[in-house]
Design a protein around this ligand. Structure first.
Ligand code: ADP
Ligand code: MG
Length: 251
């Protein structure tokens, strides 16, 4: 499971996130939606320990580790992050890139796992081509393979469908499905509400740095998600300005 408790983030004099609290149980996907600039990427990076909150806490408990608290590298080994950057080396081949990460994460039977993923993401024929020759969609497929390679149980997926064709989206869905079946928790950021909602067990809407809606996808349909963030974006923007004015000089 993963959770955020009253997470706030200030950059310069601006509050980007205001007291965001959420939790994602084992085996569930939270779809996180919101307009551009809502703070989705900032929140995801804080949840994935890539950035620190100004206030509030993040709790990460990989499935199967009970109440034991993992920290540092032992915890990071369970995280999978798919962001706007691919974190791939363009000079290396597809296979070399994955083998590098397999070594980094100490993946068991790594050669087999690397081949399995190259096949799964449809890049087996391009395994020995340098990544600099890849199209954007191919890079995204390889980044997807990198993300799932070490079977992470805490997944942070920022616009994972961007650049993917229909077949690529099907592959992503399969990889996410496998992780969910293995009791992983995932936060999936998407601006495509219909596509993201389909993959989510719970949905949340972030607008102007505030969580304005959160609940089960079975109760909150894609139309409501869309309507909610459009309606709230403006008022949240106003309250953010007020928050920044009142908190700007503190700590
Ligand atoms: P989203 O992913 O929802 O589009 P972001 O989390 O990327 O939103 O950004 C939220 C807000 O925080 C934006 O207004 C953005 O300009 C601002 N922001 C994000 N990162 C930084 C940064 N490193 N420095 C200054 N402002 C930032
Ligand atoms: Mg973003």
């Amino acid at each position: 499971m993963l959770a955020a408790g009253a997470v706030s983030k200030r950059i310069g004099s601006r509050w980007i996130l205001h007291r965001v609290s959420l939790s994602v149980p084992d085996g569930q996907v939270l779809g996180l939606f919101g307009p551009n600039g809502a703070g989705k990427t900032t929140l995801l990076r804080i949840l994935a320990l890539l950035a620190r909150p100004t206030e509030g806490q993040v709790v990460l408990r990989p499935a199967g580790h009970g109440e034991r608290l993992l920290e540092g590298p032992a915890l990071r080994a369970h995280l999978g992050f798919l962001g706007h950057e691919s974190y791939l080396d363009p000079r290396l081949t597809a296979r070399e890139n994955l083998s590098f990460y397999a070594r980094l994460y100490d993946v068991p039977q790594s050669d087999r796992r690397v081949d399995e993923l190259l096949d799964q993401v449809g890049l087996a024929l391009f395994a020995h081509e340098p990544v600099r020759t890849f199209s954007r969609g191919m890079v995204q497929r390889l980044a997807m393979a990198r993300t799932f390679l070490h079977r992470p149980s805490l997944l942070f997926l920022d616009e994972p469908l961007s650049g993917l064709d229909a077949q690529g989206a099907v592959v992503f869905e399969a990889l996410l499905g496998e992780a969910r079946a293995a009791r992983a928790s995932a936060v999936l950021v998407s601006h495509d509400v219909a596509a993201g909602w389909r993959l989510a067990d719970r949905v949340a809407v972030l607008a102007g740095g505030e969580l304005v809606l959160e609940g089960p996808a079975s109760e909150i349909g894609p139309d409501r998600v869309q309507a909610e963030y459009r309606a709230r974006a403006q008022s949240a923007e106003r309250s953010r300005a007020a928050w920044s004015a009142s908190h700007g000089r503190s700590a």
